[in-house]
Design a protein around this ligand. Structure first.
Ligand code: GAL
Length: 398
């Protein structure tokens, strides 16, 4: 795009919006306002729009943020006005301060001229996350992919790669992870027990026998040859540079934490299962000191539910469940939102931001964002307290 034209257009848009709204200029005070307009365009109004530098509501849902060389890159799903299917692709916005966002465009577009493509227009591309591989110098994106016309039955993971954080990303392939692999740490007895499970005996869900069979790997067995189902997902890079793909597997009953290869472009085959049968979705993982934390949601589609939380001394577990970290009005419904990412803020002491989506399935592009700072109780347990607005400046620099 012609930069000059775009800059002029932006100025005109800002001027017009300011005129129409007739409200005072935004102070640029770094305040994050949840449930209200959060502009860098000088306009504040009630409601929950979050304009980018062009005055347009940020369209990066189910997103995650990568910090790279002094800038934050926010990747997410471009949602259209009347469908949650992917008509456009994965977007990127960038910012230096987490409050003023520049639209970097569509970094992984859907394919419009080949209906047989995995990412043909009309497929479902959800919860993209991007990580940087220090060894290869590449930016690697994984996302949840559902093939066009197949509802949510494909349960695949897509992967794409780029030389720059703003793309373009080159789509590589999709797969169901860890075909042929058993969970790491399983003994020969565990494997033998799984082998005895006969799917025909467990056609009825939620019976005590079915629950036991799920815990023992009923669905791991079913999907062993073709790879494990993968829907809501997260990526996490540990301090040693190893990366993990965390996803809702086994019919959304059980989370898998799967190690990625050195180049982050495939799975190493090592994975663990978390909370078998617990129906966790929307996993957001972070590490504080030597403790790994994971905030998740339950499985109620686009409708909000109560967040869950787990901790572990290692990414490999054991994972222990805690009560929801949410506190305040509507905490039982995660403030009307669903987790998507936890962002460790660069240069701030101990500041992690809980990022969540307030979905709006009847008007998907109008879904809103809830970003809240995570505080830590005296016992080190995370607390996510509702705040109408807050400032990064409330948190001291490192
Ligand atoms: C949610 C999930 C979203 C989307 C939605 C579809 O539970 O977190 O990412 O898949 O279901 O109904």
């Amino acid at each position: 795009m012609n930069r000059k034209v775009s800059a002029l257009g932006r100025m005109a848009a800002l001027w017009l919006t300011g005129l129409l709204m007739a409200v005072p200029a935004w102070a640029g005070d770094g305040v994050i306002r949840n449930g209200a307009l959060w502009p860098d365009d000088g306009v504040i109004r009630n409601g929950a729009l979050w304009p980018d530098g062009d005055g347009v509501h940020v369209n990066a849902h189910g997103g995650g943020v990568l910090w790279h060389k002094g800038r934050y890159y926010w990747y997410g799903e471009y949602k259209s006005d009347s469908t949650s299917n992917a008509l456009v692709g994965i977007t990127c916005y960038s910012s230096k301060n987490l409050t003023d966002w520049r639209n970097e465009g569509v970094v992984l577009p859907v394919v419009t001229d080949d209906p047989t493509s995995d990412i043909a227009r009309g497929c479902i591309m959800e919860r993209p996350k991007v990580i940087y591989n220090v060894r290869t110098g590449k930016f690697v994106m994984w996302f949840h992919l559902e093939l066009k016309g197949q509802g949510y039955s494909a349960a695949r993971s897509g992967v794409a790669v780029a030389d720059r954080p703003t793309g373009p990303f080159r789509y590589l392939r999709s797969e169901r992870p860890n075909a042929g692999c058993l969970p790491t740490g399983w003994t020969a007895e565990d494997a033998a027990r799984m082998d005895t499970l006969q799917a025909a005996h467990y056609a009825k869900w939620w019976t005590p026998g079915w629950r036991k069979a799920v815990a023992e790997g009923l669905f791991v067995k079913r999907d062993r040859a073709g790879g494990q189902m993968a829907r809501d997902m997260q990526l996490f890079v540990d301090t040693d540079g190893r990366a993990y793909h965390i996803f809702a597997s086994e019919e959304n009953l059980t989370l898998h934490i799967a190690e990625l290869s050195d180049d982050y472009l495939s799975h190493s085959g090592r994975y663990v299962r978390v909370a078998p049968g617990g129906q966790n979705e929307a996993p957001a993982v972070f590490r504080r000191g030597d403790t790994y934390w994971m905030i998740t949601s339950g499985c109620t589609g686009w409708a909000p539910n109560e967040a869950r939380m787990f901790s572990a001394p290692s990414i490999w577990g054991p994972w222990t469940q805690h009560p929801s970290p949410c506190v305040g009005p509507n905490a039982k419904k995660t403030f009307g939102a669903q987790s998507t990412y936890v962002l460790p803020v660069e240069g701030r002491d101990d500041l992690f931001i809980f990022m969540a989506d307030r979905w709006r399935p009847e008007h998907p592009s109008d879904a809103r964002y809830v970003w809240l700072p995570i505080t830590f109780g005296p016992d080190g347990v995370p607390v996510v307290e509702w705040r109408e607005s807050w400032s990064l400046d409330d948190f001291s620099g490192r």
